[in-house]
Ligand binder design. Structure first.
Ligand SMILES: [Zn+2]
Length: 375
C-alpha cells in the first residue's frame, strides 16, 4: 500500500528545502500546506519567535477510531551545513553531493509520516486519533518540543521517528547536564613578571588532565567540548572558559560525574595558589550546570513497545529494543507524561556530510509505521 515512488520523491523534495535549526520557515510552510491538502486540522504555534526561529511548530489533529490517541513526531530542522542540498540516488542509496549533510535526520521521519497519513486516508483504514507534531530546533536543544503547548495534545503514547536502524526501537535515553565554567586567573606580563600572574589556561589544563572523560561506564559519558581563553602570547592568561557535558542513564551517576568535573576544577584552582610579596594569589572559578533534558526508560512490556514489535512481526521485521545515547524530542514527550519511543528510519552517519539512507530502509520505515497505525 505504501507508494514507494511517491515516498522517495517527497523525501527528496523535503531534503532540497534547507532547514537548518532556526531557519525552518520555508520548510514549515511547505509541511503545513501539505497537511492542509490532506484535509486535517493544522495548528501553527508562535514558538518560533520565542526561540529565534523563522518557522513554527506544527500540530496536526487527525480524527480516528475509539482507540487511545497516538502521537507521531519528527523534527523540522537539520544540523549544518544544511542548505542547498543536492541529493542523489546511486545503487539504492541516497546521499548528498558531499558538500552538505543529507538531512534524512529528520526529513525521512517527516516523509514517512506523510506517506502513512496518505495511505491511511486513501484506503479508509481504521486508526486511532493521531496527533502529528513536527517540531522546530530539535538539534540545538529540543527547543521546539520544550516550548510546545501540551494542552493541544490528546495523545496517550507516541513515536518519535528519529533514530537509525529500522529494526531497533529506542526505549531509553540518558539525562544530560551541560556545564559552563569561567576561570579567572591573574594577568601579568609574561616576560617581565610571570611570577606575578596566574594563568587561567594552566588552571584549565591542569583540571582537564585530571578529569575522567569519554565513556565513563556503560551508562555514563562525559566531554569537554569547548575551550577558549587568553588574550596574547605575552600576557599570562587572565581568563579562560570551558563548556562540557555529562550524560547518564542513572541520575546518581550523572550527579557524580558532574561533581567530579567541577571538583577537578576546584582542585586546580587550589593548586594555582601563589604567594607574591607575602600576599596569597589565587585563581577562581564560576561554574553553572544546566539540565538539557531528563532520561526516560520505557519497559519492554509497555504497550508502546509491544505495539511496534507486533507491527514488525506482521511485515516480517524482528524488532529489538535499544538504549539511546543522546536526547531527542522523545525525552520531552516522556517528561510531559506521553510515553514515547524512538523509531529507526534508516538514516546513517547523521550529522556528517557522509550521511545517507537506503531507499529500502526508508520504505521499510514507512511500512512499519503504517502497521503501527493500523493495529
Ligand atoms: Zn534527529
Amino acid at each position: 500500500m505504501i507508494q514507494e515512488k511517491r515516498l522517495i520523491n517527497e523525501f527528496l523534495d523535503f531534503v532540497r528545502i534547507g532547514s537548518p535549526s532556526g531557519k525552518e520557515g520555508k520548510f514549515s510552510e511547505v509541511v503545513a500546506e501539505k497537511l492542509n491538502a490532506l484535509g486535517v486540522k493544522v495548528i501553527l504555534d508562535k514558538v518560533g519567535s520565542l526561540i529565534g526561529s523563522d518557522g513554527s511548530n506544527i500540530i496536526a489533529k487527525i480524527e480516528g477510531n475509539n482507540l487511545p490517541p497516538l502521537l507521531l513526531n519528527a523534527h523540522l530542522d537539520t544540523v549544518t551545513p544544511g542548505e542547498n542540498i543536492n541529493p542523489n540516488i546511486s545503487e539504492g542509496v541516497i546521499k548528498s553531493d558531499g558538500t552538505t549533510i543529507l538531512g534524512s535526520d529528520d526529513k525521512a521521519g517527516v516523509a514517512i509520516i506523510f506517506e502513512v497519513l496518505r495511505v491511511l486516508k486513501e484506503n479508509h483504514l481504521s486508526h486511532p486519533p493521531i496527533d502529528v507534531v513536527f517540531t522546530l530546533s530539535e538539534e540545538i536543544g529540543l527547543l521546539g518540543a520544550k516550548n510546545l503547548d501540551y494542552s493541544l495534545l490528546d495523545a496517550k503514547y507516541g513515536y518519535s521517528l528519529d533514530s537509525e536502524k529500522v529494526d531497533v526501537i529506542t526505549t531509553s535515553a540518558p539525562s544530560h547536564n551541560k556545564i559552563f565554567v569561567k576561570i579567572y586567573g591573574i594577568e601579568s606580563h609574561a616576560g617581565a613578571k610571570p611570577e606575578k600572574g596566574i594563568s587561567a589556561i594552566e588552571v584549565a589544563g591542569r583540571a582537564i588532565s585530571k578529569m575522567k572523560l569519554g565513556r565513563i561506564d556503560e551508562e555514563t559519558t562525559a566531554n569537554i567540548g569547548k575551550i577558549k581563553g587568553g588574550s596574547a602570547t605575552n600576557i599570562v592568561a587572565g581568563y579562560a572558559e570551558l563548556e562540557g557535558e555529562a550524560r547518564s542513564h542513572s541520575e546518581q551517576k550523572l550527579e557524580q560525574q558532574t561533581q567530579h568535573i567541577i571538583q577537578c576544577l576546584k582542585d586546580a584552582v587550589q593548586e594555582s595558589k601563589k604567594i607574591v610579596n607575602g600576599e596569597p594569589l589565587l585563581a577562581r572559578i564560576e561554574e553553572k550546570t544546566t539540565r538539557e533534558y531528563t532520561k526516560f526508560n520505557i519497559p519492554s512490556s509497555a504497550p508502546v513497545v509491544q505495539k511496534a514489535i507486533n507491527a514488525g512481526k506482521k511485515i516480517g521485521l524482528e524488532i529489538r529494543t535499544g538504549k539511546g545515547g543522546g536526547g531527542s524530542d522523545a525525552n520531552i514527550f516522556n517528561e510531559k507524561g506521553i510515553p514515547t519511543a524512538v523509531l529507526g528510519i534508516g538514516m546513517q552517519n547523521v550529522h556528517t556530510k557522509q550521511e545517507s539512507i537506503k531507499v529500502q530502509d526508508l520504505i521499510l520505515g514507512a511500512k512499519l509505521l503504517l502497521e503501527i497505525c493500523k493495529s
